[in-house]
Write a protein that binds this ligand. Sequence first.
Ligand SMILES: [Zn+2]
Length: 121
Amino acid sequence: MRAPLTEGQRAALRDELERRRQELTQRLREHQSGQSRTEHMIQVREQDADDVPQREGERELDMAISDLETRELGRVADALRRMDAGHYGLCADCEEEIPFERLRAEPWALRCVACQARREG
Ligand SMILES: [Zn+2]
């Protein structure tokens, strides 16, 4: 059954998106200060040449996490914008309502399960 979201469902999803946005913003901020801590540790360990591969791994991991969080934050902000614009919860491809069950699991979902599966082919 494809039914439009009720006011209550929409409000719950908005809450979830806003909570998520706050959490990600916070985490990115912590991560940025964490990066300077890592740099400090690198300086402390500079003498020990054996640490080089591990340090590079840490830096890559740091960047990968920041990347992921930034991308997720973008998706969350997008979903909130769609909500404000009044077309939240509609599939970007077939324009059908995305079921609440799916949105609850993934509030920033852009497509219904069928269209998403087609894309990922
Ligand atoms: Zn669709």
